[in-house]
Design a protein around this ligand. Structure first.
Ligand code: FEO
Ligand code: CA
Ligand code: CA
Ligand code: CA
Length: 597
C-alpha cells in the first residue's frame, strides 16, 4: 500500500541458519569479536575484571555494567553531533539489569526474604545504568578502549536533574529533593536514542519492579504502573536512605518525610551529554512517563519542530509521539527542545488510517475526554506523571508491546516492533492475532510526510512466526532463512535496510523452531528478509549502531546463559569453558574491510 523505491539486488550475504550454538554466527566473509564485556575497566583505578565475580561495588562503578542493551556510537571530530570519523568515538550503552547469581561470587545473600549485604546491593546498583567508553580503531584495524577522562559510569545512584512540565510538581517532592527538581539514578535502561545535538538518551523501562510498597490503596500514579509489595532485587529491604528509597510505603506525615513519591522519579527519558563527563543527566518529563523502550527521532529539518517516537513496552500499552513547541535550528538547539512540546498517543483505525491524540491539558478535545471519563488532572505535570491514564482517557489503541522504532532514511516511514502479547484476547486491525506469541512489525507514513502532523496511514510490514503462521513484507510466509519471533531491536542502516533483533524467551527460545535469538535484515524495497546473525545460548540480541562509514557494526549480546549460577553455567560465552557468561558488545566487520553491506 505504500510507495517505496524500486527493489534492489538480493541481500548480498549468505543466510545464517537457525541454531543453538554457544557462539556468535555471522555469514561467511564477516568477523564478529566480543568487546567491552561486563566488568571491563574503563575509569578511575581501572580495576581488572575478576573471573570469580569478586570485584567490589567500587570496582563495579569503574567497570562496564551488566546486561548491555541500547547503544550509540558518537564520532569524535572536534565538533559534537555532526562528526563523520569512523575510527574514533564514544560508544555509549545501557546496562538494563543484572543477574545477581552471576554478579556475586556465590549469588546474592538473602535471609528471610531480606538482603543482608549492603556491599552486594551497592554492586548491583553500580552494575546498572550507562557506560560512556572512548574507543579507537588501531592501525591493525582492531578496536580498543582508550583510557580517557571522557569515560564515565552512570549508575542507579548518579545525581540527576528533573526538567520539563513535571519539574517541581508536588508528586515529585521527595526526601532527597523537597523541591521535586532532582533525583538519583536511572535503572532498567532498555533501548535508547540520540539527539541531533550529540547527546544520548537512555530510557527507563521496567523500573516499577525496583520498588516495593505495602500500601493497600495505591495512588493512580503507582497503581497504573504495576508496583507490587516486593521488589525485584530486594534493595528496599536493607536499612539506610540509599536502599530504603526503594520502599514507597507511606510511613511519614508527608511526601518529603518518606519515599512515597520516589517511584514518580522513574519511567522517564534521561538525556546524557557524553562529551562532558561532569554533566548532570536530565530526566525530560515532557516525553511522558511509562515503560519507555527507546526514543527515535524523525529526520530533523531546520526551522521545523523536532519529532520523536517512543513505545511503552507492556502488554496492551501504547505508542507515543512528541512534537516540540519550538523549531529546530542546527548549532543552536539543545535539550530544551525536549522540555516544551506536545505528547501524542496513537490510534490505529481498521481502514488503515490513524491519528495522533494530544495528551495536553491545554487541548480542548483532551479536556473534553477527561470530563467524559471523569478523570481530573490539575496540571500538565500531573498528566505526564500519569501518561498511561491520559492515554486511556483519549481511547488510544492498545498495542502488542511496542519496543524499538526506526525511521526510514529516505521515505520517512516509521517502523515499530510489537514484540508479542500473549494476553491479547480481542484482535484488531493493527494487532491482528489473539494470544500473539510471535509479534509483528507495524509501519506508518505521516500525512504529507509531515512528522509533526496528526494523521497517518499504516500497514503491517511483517508478521513474525514459523512458516505456518507468518507473513513477509510481500505477504508470503517466512522461510527457513527468515523465520523469527519476538522482534525487538530495530535500526535502519544508511542504505535503508531494516535490521531486526529478536528477544525470545522461555520455551519459544529453548525449544521453538527459531533457535537462539538472532538478527535479520529486511529490505523494504524488495521485501526480502534474511538472517544475518545467531547469538549464543540464552542471550538476547539487542542494541545496534555503526560507524559513519558503515565498516564497523556494533551489536549487543545480553544475558548469555540466562538462568546460570556460578555452579551451573548455561553458556560460557564469550570467555570459554569454565568462565561465567558475560553480556558484551560484538564488533562486526567484513574480512575484506569493506562496508558491512
Ligand atoms: Fe527491555 Fe522492552 O525490552
Ligand atoms: Ca532485555
Ligand atoms: Ca528491548
Ligand atoms: Ca524485549
Amino acid at each position: 500500500t505504500q510507495h517505496l523505491p524500486k527493489p534492489r539486488a538480493r541481500l548480498p550475504f549468505g543466510a545464517v541458519p537457525v541454531g543453538r550454538p554457544d557462539e556468535i554466527v555471522v555469514p561467511p566473509g564477516y568477523r564478529a569479536s566480543p568487546f567491552i564485556p561486563w566488568g571491563t575497566p574503563i575509569t578511575g583505578r581501572y580495576p581488572a575484571f575478576a573471573d570469580d565475580a569478586s570485584n567490589s561495588a567500587r570496582d563495579q562503578a569503574e567497570q562496564t555494567g551488566m546486561h548491555h542493551d541500547g547503544m550509540h556510537f558518537f564520532p569524535i571530530d572536534g565538533h559534537r553531533g555532526g562528526g563523520r570519523r569512523s575510527d574514533h568515538g564514544l560508544l555509549v550503552l545501557n546496562h538494563e539489569y543484572i543477574d545477581a547469581p552471576l554478579l556475586h561470587p556465590n549469588g546474592p545473600s538473602v535471609t528471610d526474604g531480606k538482603r543482608t549485604s549492603a556491599e552486594e546491593v551497592r554492586k548491583e546498583i553500580n552494575a546498572h545504568g550507562v557506560s560512556v567508553v572512548e574507543v579507537r580503531r588501531d592501525v591493525r584495524g582492531e578496536w580498543e578502549v582508550v583510557p580517557s577522562p571522557r569515560n564515565r559510569r552512570i549508575t542507579a545512584a548518579t545525581p540527576m536533574r528533573i526538567s520539563g512540565p513535571a519539574r517541581g510538581h508536588a508528586l515529585l517532592k521527595t526526601r532527597y529533593s523537597p523541591k521535586g527538581t532532582a533525583t538519583r539514578g536511572t535503572q532498567n535502561n532498555c533501548a535508547n536514542g540520540f539527539t541531533p545535538w550529540g547527546t544520548y538518551l537512555t530510557c527507563e523501562e521496567n523500573w516499577a519492579g525496583y520498588f516495593a510498597t505495602r500500601d493497600s490503596n495505591l495512588p493512580r500514579e503507582l497503581a497504573r504502573y504495576g508496583l507490587g509489595s516486593t521488589s525485584r532485587f530486594g534493595w528496599d529491604t536493607l536499612p539506610g536512605d540509599e536502599f530504603e528509597r526503594f520502599d514507597a510505603t507511606r510511613k511519614g506525615p508527608s511526601a518529603i518525610a518518606d519515599y512515597r513519591n520516589e517511584p514518580n522519579h522513574f519511567g522517564w527519558i534521561v538525556e546524557i551529554d557524553p562529551f562532558d563527563p561532569e554533566s548532570v543527566p536530565v530526566k525530560r518529563t515532557a516525553l511522558g512517563r511509562f515503560a519507555h523502550e527507546g526514543l527515535i527521532f524523525a529526520p530533523v529539518k531546520p526551522g521545523r519542530p523536532l519529532v520523536c517516537y517512543s513505545g511503552d513496552d507492556a502488554q496492551n500499552e501504547y505508542l507515543y509521539k512528541y512534537v516540540s513547541r519550538d523549531r529546530y535550528w542546527p548549532g543552536f538547539s539543545d535539550g530544551r527542545l525536549l522540555d516544551k512540546g506536545t505528547l501524542y498517543v496513537a490510534r490505529f483505525k481498521a481502514d488503515g488510517s490513524g491519528e495522533w491524540l494530544a495528551l495536553d491539558i491545554d487541548n480542548r478535545k483532551f479536556r473534553q475526554a477527561c470530563k467524559v471519563a471523569g478523570v481530573r488532572f490539575a496540571d500538565q505535570g500531573e498528566v505526564l506523571i500519569n501518561t498511561r491514564l491520559a492515554a486511556d482517557v483519549v481511547g488510544a489503541t492498545k498495542m502488542d508491546r511496542p519496543e524499538w522504532g526506526a525511521v526510514h532514511p529516505d521515505s520517512g516511514d516509521v517502523y515499530f516492533t510489537l514484540t508479542n502479547n500473549t494476553a491479547r484476547t480481542v484482535a484488531d486491525a493493527a494487532n491482528p492475532r489473539v494470544a500473539n506469541a510471535y509479534g509483528h512489525i507495524i509501519r506508518w507514513r505521516e500525512q504529507s510526510r509531515d512528522h509533526a502532523g496528526t494523521r497517518f496511514r499504516w500497514d503491517i510490514f511483517l508478521l513474525a512466526g514459523p512458516q505456518s503462521d507468518s507473513l513477509d513484507p510481500k505477504g508470503r510466509p517466512l522461510g527457513a532463512d527468515s523465520i523469527l519471533a519476538s522482534p525487538d531491536g530495530l535500526w535502519f542502516d544508511p542504505d535503508g535496510r531494516l535490521w531486526v533483533q529478536t528477544d525470545m524467551s522461555g520455551s519459544q527460545l529453548s525449544s521453538g523452531p527459531f533457535g537462539n535469538n538472532q538478527m535479520l535484515v529486511a529490505d523494504p524495497r524488495s521485501g526480502e528478509v534474511k538472517r544475518f546473525l545467531v547469538g549464543p545460548l540464552g542471550a538476547e540480541v539487542t542494541g545496534i549502531t555503526a560507524t559513519p562509514d558503515f565498516r564497523t557494526l556494533f551489536v549487543n549480546i545480553q544475558h548469555p546463559g540466562e538462568g546460570s549460577t556460578a555452579s551451573n553455567l548455561l553458556s560460557t560465552w564469550p570467555d570459554g569453558p569454565g568462565r561465567r557468561p558475560r553480556s558484551a558488545t560484538v564488533i562486526i566487520t567484513r574480512e575484506d574491510g569493506r562496508r558491512i553491506l
